[in-house]
Design a protein. Structure first.
Length: 265
């Protein structure tokens, strides 16, 4: 729910940013450039995602604020360079959102979310001013690879280039696994790198068609591994041992014990 003084608060934030970057402001803020801020923009984005997972409104509010600050920071740099102001940015954003929602702000009604999305894509195509626009356009290369693969596959599916179901995509995984095995036996190298990439891409296809978020699934797998590995370390230390000094058989026994501890009674 928006606050009645949101506009005033936003102006205060812009004023604060100008002061931080101005004479007598913060030395660190004054030194920052677009390039130096890139990692912070990425970091703050992922902190918002982490906050969303907690479902804690206060945490979400805080992290969204930190992300907004990064947007304001970049807008201030643009203003200093004479490129555009925050007002210009907001004007262009409102105009674009109005133009792409004629079913809300115009006279082109839609009957479903699918129709709204199709209309959105058609309007984006028309904004290319006659230049051919790939069906895969609009997927940033800087996205994490799993997310990028998912988005590219989703866009390809809109024009009918897709598997009928997850089972069909799984057959492709088996095929790619065979090609990985062959490349590995032939000595690896660039061929192995390429085949592993194809295998990962195919696994994302299965996840997408099975309505599973591959990024979230892998994050959960990493969490499970980390939790079980921590349990291994704790068990070993409780027995006066360290993992680095154990045999592979002993490590596997600890791993099995850690897994068994997570199983419901």
């Amino acid at each position: 729910m928006s606050s009645p003084d949101a506009g005033q608060r936003f102006v205060e934030l812009l004023t604060m940013m100008t002061r931080l970057r101005g004479d007598g402001g913060c030395p660190w803020d004054r030194e920052q450039t677009r390039d130096s801020l890139r990692p912070f923009l990425v970091e703050e984005t992922y902190e918002v995602l982490d906050a969303l997972d907690t479902r804690d409104p206060r945490h979400i509010r805080e992290e969204l604020g930190d992300l907004l600050f990064q947007v304001v920071f970049h807008a201030e740099i643009a203003r200093e360079r004479g490129e555009f102001s925050m007002a210009d940015l907001l004007e262009a954003l409102v105009a674009k959102m109005t133009r792409r929602h004629p079913h809300v702000f115009g006279d082109r009604p839609v009957g479903s979310a699918r129709e709204a999305l199709a209309q959105w894509e058609a309007i984006k195509d028309s904004e290319s001013h006659g230049s051919p626009r790939s069906a895969l356009a609009g997927v940033p290369r800087a996205l994490p690879a799993l997310h990028r693969a998912q988005r590219v596959q989703h866009k390809a599916a809109r024009v009918g280039f897709d598997w009928a179901d997850a089972a069909g995509a799984l057959e492709k995984v088996r095929e790619e696994l065979g090609e990985v095995t062959e490349a590995l036996h032939q000595g690896g190298g660039e061929a192995l790198r390429e085949e592993l990439g194809d295998l990962l891409f195919s696994v994302v296809n299965v996840a997408r068609l099975a309505s599973v978020d591959p990024e979230g699934a892998l994050q959960a797998a990493v969490d499970r591994f980390s939790r079980r590995f921590g349990s291994m370390e704790e068990t070993a230390r409780g027995e006066g041992r360290e993992l680095a000094g154990l045999s592979l058989d002993e490590l596997e026994q600890l791993w099995s014990r850690a897994k068994s501890l997570e199983r419901p009674a």
